[in-house]
Structures are given as C-alpha cells and as structure tokens.
Design a protein around this ligand. Structure first.
Ligand code: SAM
Ligand code: SF4
Length: 474
C-alpha cells in the first residue's frame, strides 16, 4: 500500500466481503430435514456456524423448518445465556453531519433538520435525567463531523462518567459514531469506553454506493469495513457490528454479518461483542424504497438465525421495534435492549410523551418508560440486568467466557444481574415493579446451588436494601 493509505487503513485492511460467493449461497436449494438437524445440533453445542451453514438456515423456509429454527434459538438462549437481559439507553450528543446517507434524517442535504450539539450543561442534564430513572449503561450517538473528533468523544465520555446524582451513576459508556483512525481509537479507549459500534449499514457494494455518495467520508466502503480492525489494532477489543436491515436482501446481510464476525475472530482472536440488526424506520424527508423492507416474520427469522450462527455474540434489539414484536423476539436470544429511550436531542428532559420527527434521526417504535419495560420483563420471567462488571474488571475481550466457560454465568452473571436489579428496585422502581422484582429475585435465589455463593449474594442484597452501599459486583 502507498504510505498515506497505510496510515488511513489498518494493517489488516482487506475487503473480506466475498460478495459473489455469498450471493451464490443464496441460490442453494432448501436443506433436507437431517442436514438441518445436524446444523442446529452443532449450534446447540455452542459451535459457531460457517457462512455456508448459515445459508442453509436461511433456506429453511418451510413452516416446520422455521419453527425448528425458532425453537433452537429459544433453547440456545435459555441454555447458554439464561434469562438475563441487559438494559441500556441511547444518548444523542449531536446531529451535525457531513455525510448524506439516503435513509437518515441527519444527512447533510436535509435542510429541515434542527441541527444541534448538546452543550456540556445540557449533557449533564440528560445524564442526570437518565440516572434518575435508574440507567447505568449508555450508548452515546454522534453524527459525523469534524467537531465530533476523537478528543471530543473522549471528553464527552469522561464527562458522562463524572455525572453522579444520589445513587445514580453511569458505569459503562458505549459509543456509536463514525469510524476513527488508529490514533483516534487509542484516544477514546483511554477515556474508558465500553463497546465501539460501527454498522456497515449494507454489506452489498452497489447498494452501499447508492446510499452513501462517493464524495462523502462514509462513501468509502473499505474505510468503514476496516473501522473495527483499526479499533482492534488500537487495543479496543470490545466492538459491535451491525447492518441496517431494509436496504438490501436481508439474507445477504445476515451472511455478511457472520462473515464479519468470523473475520474478526480469526484475525484478532476476538469476535464482536455484539451484533445489531436495526430495521429501517421512517425518517424526516426520507422516502423508503420498499423493495427490501424486512417484514416481521423475516425479522424474527433473521434474529433466530443470527443467534444460532454466532452463539458467543451478544444480540441487541433496539426500541426501533414495537413492544409486541420486541417481546416475542427477545426469546430468540437477544441479550441487550434499550428501554425508556428518546432519540431527540435533549429528549430526556425537553419533550413530552410524543415524538418530534424534526428533532430526531428516525422514529422509534417503543417509547415506554424504563419502569414499564422492567415490569414487563420481570413478569415474563426475565432478570433485567444493569451489570457492568466484566468490563470494569478488564474481562472484555473474554466476553465469550460467559457463554463458553461452564459455571461463569452462575458464578458472575446471575449474581451481578441480581445485585444490579436490587439496586434498581430499591432506588428507582414503582411499587408494582418492585413487587415483581422482589419475587423474581427470590425465585432466582432458590435456583442457586452453591451455598457459599448464595450466602455472599444474600449479604450483598441485604446490604443494598439496608445501607447506602452500591455497586457490589462479583
Ligand atoms: N453517524 C454515525 C454513523 O452513521 O455510523 C453513527 C450514528 S448513526 C446516528 C447510528 C445508526 O442509525 C446508523 O449506523 C444507522 O444504521 C441507523 N439509522 C440511520 N437512519 C436510520 C433509519 N431511518 N431507521 C433506522 N435506523 C437508522
Ligand atoms: Fe450522518 Fe450517521 Fe446519519 Fe449517515 S447515518 S447521515 S453518517 S448520522
């Protein structure tokens, strides 16, 4: 590579999306039942699937085969991950943007967007509002603009960690922003970020070119695809990938996400921490091209298939989806959801309970308050968790341990989920949610078979209820 290009891309920069091959996999015939069973068995044994095997699941579209895939995804979720669901909230920091992505209200050609970057006082107000309802994990979201450079992102992260009110604090700050250069990733890493998310949007080259004009920074497909390689080279080993479903054939995007996950795993020895699968939503001034919109049934399938293909990777289901569908899809192996989300700039303090389309990037499907979502989760048998322990103890690149190491969930994840749930119940919950939560904690405690651990956990739960001690993680 020429020298200036070397600085721009990582040493591993390569377009690993073998499009012709992946497309050819979409033409394969439907699998027979025996082969499908073998693939499902492999996945239930927690072995990641190849793109070829994933393609087989995509072809399993006879109703009984679809059901078999759904059942397996539910089973894998239960066996491998348990009933925990991690909660977070997005915080939009600024919507200045030099790009012109065809689907986004923040695109530079949208003259009707109200442009705004939160001041540091406004950020403090938003974070305070989030802490006051019980959030502990945020994802900060930025448009792409010189103003939102790595130093600015790092400074914002530091500020968010400093905002504390009562028992409220943010313990993990993730980022969704433009891809940085290696130095930039070093800068944000030093500020203590959690996951750095970059969505490729579409992995299909021509479609990518259509939605991302060549004269914009995002128009460089390889620079974006290489973004998380640069993150890894800079020591950020906690990264999230994603595709915006609805731009191109959903089955191709699923194969590409699996290809991307496998590439990171093979190249760096660490796969992505999370995969996101946002579906295209209405946005200001955007006329959606309906050809590739993903219907609910296809959406359910894609989540279940991703669950089976990458058993060690967290799956994020966002509030773009409606409550009913979220509830259903959650069971297929989702590990994180956002709740109580507002994506208008300043939305946590300045808007009422309706959405203001001219102030947001797209419209959300679920704007129920955190407490309502918590209650529903508890009543459905989940343990909502605000745990941030692995990341704070440096167990980041090893996030797969929670799936791969026998007993890890019992030893760490469940106890940490329960202590953070107890904090929520004591400090923030409504009486109804507290009641549902206390019942759940009791039920979970009876399931623990390690007496020493149970005693320790019991003490910590007592402490949270009777003292001001918080953040008692394992
Ligand atoms: N500007 C950065 C970027 O583009 O990567 C990061 C933030 S962008 C605000 C976050 C994500 O929102 C994008 O990666 C895209 O997948 C998603 N998004 C944009 N427009 C959307 C729409 N109309 N519906 C649903 N998701 C959308
Ligand atoms: Fe800008 Fe990101 Fe929206 Fe594209 S998706 S216009 S880069 S904010």
């Amino acid at each position: 590579m020429p020298e200036q290009v070397m600085g721009k891309y990582s040493q591993r920069a390569v377009d690993f999306i073998d499009e012709a091959f992946l497309l050819s996999l979409l033409d394969a015939p439907a699998p027979d039942k025996v082969y499908l069973r073998d693939i499902i068995a492999k996945s239930l044994a927690k072995q990641p699937l190849s793109v070829e095997e994933t393609a087989t699941l995509l072809h399993a579209d006879a109703p009984e085969m679809v059901e078999a895939v759904f059942d397996a995804a539910r089973q894998l979720k239960q066996q491998v991950y348990g009933n925990r669901i991690v909660l977070f909230a997005p915080l939009y920091i600024g919507n200045l943007c030099v790009n012109d992505c065809g689907y986004c209200a923040f695109r530079r050609s949208n003259r009707d967007a109200l442009r705004r970057t939160l001041t540091s006082a406004e950020i403090a107000r938003q974070v305070t509002a989030l802490e006051n309802v019980g959030h502990k994990r945020l994802i900060l979201v930025f448009g792409e603009h010189a103003r939102y450079n790595a130093g600015y992102i790092a400074q914002t992260v530091r500020q968010v960690y400093q905002v504390k009110i009562g028992h409220g604090e943010i313990r993990r700050v993730n980022i969704n922003a433009a891809p940085l250069d290696i130095e930039g990733f070093r800068t944000v890493r030093a500020a203590g970020i959690g996951t750095y998310q970059i969505f490729q949007e579409t992995y299909h080259h021509n479609t990518y070119a259509r939605y991302h004009p060549a004269n914009t920074p995002k128009g460089d497909y390889l620079y974006r695809l290489d973004g998380l390689n640069r993150a890894m080279e800079a020591g950020c080993d906690d990264v999230g990938i994603g595709a915006l479903f609805g731009l191109y054939d959903w089955r191709f995007e699923v194969l590409s996400l699996v290809r991307h996950a496998l590439f990171l795993q093979h190249t760096f020895g660490v796969g992505p921490h999370t995969i996101s699968f946002p579906r295209l939503r209405p946005a200001q001034g955007v006329v959606l091209d309906e050809q590739y919109l993903v219907d609910d049934n296809q959406f359910k399938r894609l989540v279940a298939i991703l669950r089976l293909a990458v058993p060690y990777t967290g799956l994020i289901l966002t509030a773009r989806e409606q409550p009913r569908l979220r509830r259903e899809v959650m069971a297929f192996g989702v590990s994180q959801i956002d709740a109580g989300s507002r994506i208008e700039l300043g939305g946590y303090t300045e808007v009422a309970d309706t959405q203001a389309l001219e102030r947001e990037q797209f419209s959300l499907g679920d704007i129920r308050p955190l407490d309502v979502v918590m209650r529903e989760l508890l009543e459905d048998g989940y343990v909502p968790s605000f745990c941030t322990s692995c990341y704070r103890l440096g167990r980041t690149g090893e996030h797969f341990m929670e799936f791969a190491v026998p007993g890890f969930i019992k030893r760490y994840c469940t106890p940490n989920a329960l202590t953070t749930l107890m904090e929520y119940l004591v400090d923030y919950a409504s009486p109804e949610t507290r009641r549902a939560g206390m019942q759940r904690i009791k039920a979970e405690l009876t399931r623990l078979d390690d007496d020493a651990l149970k005693r320790q956990l019991f003490d910590r739960l007592e402490n949270i209820q009777t003292t001001n001690r918080r953040d008692l993680y394992f």
